[in-house]
Design a protein around this ligand. Sequence first.
Ligand SMILES: [Zn+2]
Length: 158
Amino acid sequence: MAIQFPCTHCKTILRIEERHIGKQARCPQCQTLNLVMENMQFPENESEREAPTTPILNPYSSDFPTTSSTSTRNQQPHRAGLILALGIASLACNFCFIPGILAWILGKQDMRKMDQGVMDSEGRAMTQVGMIMGMVITLLCILSLAAWLLLMIALAVV
Ligand SMILES: [Zn+2]
């Protein structure tokens, strides 16, 4: 007969053979060692409420699962194509710095999301290129506008 109990750390339900009572079972999810005790029968209703989708895992069985990669799940798709296109658009039209600013702002947001693991980091390089292009073009636009204004002022003074 097997006993079931939740991992003390991550609440994953572990199913252990009774003969392992008194030994330690390593949780397959978080690697926490749980001492297997006789009175660790897990209440039925609680198991359904707390961990409805968690499969029952036996750390002693041969099909002990290797750590499955769940890191790419629930991530937002990256917008590297859009940001790169905005960066290129800002290059194409010299004084139209709106796409440049957009590429800069969106790129910065997305880079942060990728750092936090919220967004798919596959497009990181493209996002970075688009963001830097937008940033450079925006700064160049501001500089050229300032230069143009200075020139106007100089001409007006003369
Ligand atoms: Zn655990």
